[in-house]
Design a protein around this ligand. Structure first.
Ligand code: UDP
Length: 324
């Protein structure tokens, strides 16, 4: 099947890692990015097209310029706290602009899409491994925007023949094992890079958002997954769609739950530094426990994570942090 792979948001944290991985595996890619939060230097493989999903003309110009056989979409906002404070920003970009994309793909007869979804679509759940069968009942605007898009894609699938794979990431973390691409958020809101900022002295301390959750140490438990393992999953999902696979949704986590305090402790081991912390109030929209089973993608697509150990994830993030 002829054509390039369009990587929307390929100048961002996860998109840049996936774009690199796809090029390493023989795919030709075009990164489409508005550089609002991404960095041109992270889109260091394939071609680059500067454009914005809010402008249908931009997407169509790109689709006219290149023959595209499949699309991956990373161009969404992904901070839970910000989505609670500023939901309009999230509905506008993560829903309205993504519908622009779906409609443009339809106009150009492109029917293969890999969509970055999230464990935040599950919401408040019992403290056990989440499977894809768990009902989706998001508790924050970020999760709701992704859940809405999953439902929209199912409807587009039934009515217009779209084939999509929704990958429900747990907590993306780490950095390129080769140190070429990684996280450059500004402002940063995610736990591991902020903990590393506290380790390096870039910030005074890390605030722990709540220690009165229903977990053994009172802090929230999450499942951290390395971006290169996410990248492998995207490639497998792409190969699945290209070989005629139908719409599906898969979890992407390691099935290991770590609390905020576990992360701080592990980062102290990796960096060999004492990390100052302060207990702060809860952040709105945080469920206490999100840990996923990824048996389905292992079984159906043969996904095999290579960097599941927390120490590996944090040490790659630390190497990147020190270089940038
Ligand atoms: N967190 C924290 N302090 C921070 C940032 C995050 O205690 O400065 C907590 C947050 O409340 C959540 C966990 O760390 O329980 C992971 O948050 P992150 O924003 O990294 O990812 P999310 O789970 O929201 O996608």
């Amino acid at each position: 099947m002829e054509g390039k792979i369009l990587v929307i948001g390929g100048a961002g944290y996860i998109g840049s890692q996936v774009n690199k991985h796809l090029n390493r595996h023989g795919f030709e890619t075009v990164v489409f990015d508005n550089l609002s939060t991404g960095f041109r230097r992270l889109a260091c493989y394939g071609e680059f097209f500067e454009g914005d999903l809010k402008n249908i003309e931009d997407i169509e110009k790109c689709l006219r310029k290149y023959k595209i056989k499949a699309v991956l979409d990373f161009a969404a906002f992904a901070s839970v706290g910000e989505s609670v404070a500023n939901p309009a920003k999230y509905y506008r970009n993560n829903v309205v602009n993504t519908i622009n994309l779906l409609d443009s793909l339809r106009a150009f007869n492109i029917n293969k899409l890999i969509f970055s979804s999230t464990c935040a679509t599950y919401g408040e759940v019992p403290p056990r491994l989440l499977t894809e069968q768990q009902p989706q009942n998001p508790v924050n605007p970020y999760g709701r925007t992704k859940w809405i898009m999953e439902m929209a894609m199912r409807d587009y699938s039934a009515a217009y023949g779209l084939n999509f794979v929704a990958l429900r990431y747990f907590n993306a973390a780490g950095a390129d094992p080769e140190g070429e691409v990684g996280e450059l958020h500004n402002p940063e809101t995610h736990l591991i890079p902020l903990v590393l900022d506290a380790a390096s002295g870039r910030r005074e301390y890390i605030s722990v958002f709540g220690n009165d959750y229903k977990t053994p140490d009172g802090t929230c438990i999450r499942d951290y997954i390395h971006t290169e393992d996410l990248a492998q999953a995207h490639r497998l999902a792409l190969e699945y769609l290209i070989s005629g696979g139908k719409s599906a949704a898969f979890n992407l986590g390691n099935g290991n739950g770590y609390s905020v305090l576990d992360i701080i402790k592990a980062a102290e081991c990796v960096t060999g530094r004492k990390i100052p912390m302060k207990i702060a109030g809860r952040r709105a929209g945080d469920p206490d426990f999100l840990v996923g089973s990824s048996e389905l993608i292992k079984k159906q697509l043969g996904w095999m994570p290579q960097y599941a150990e927390l120490e590996k994830i944090i040490s790659h993030a630390w190497a990147w942090h020190q270089k940038n």
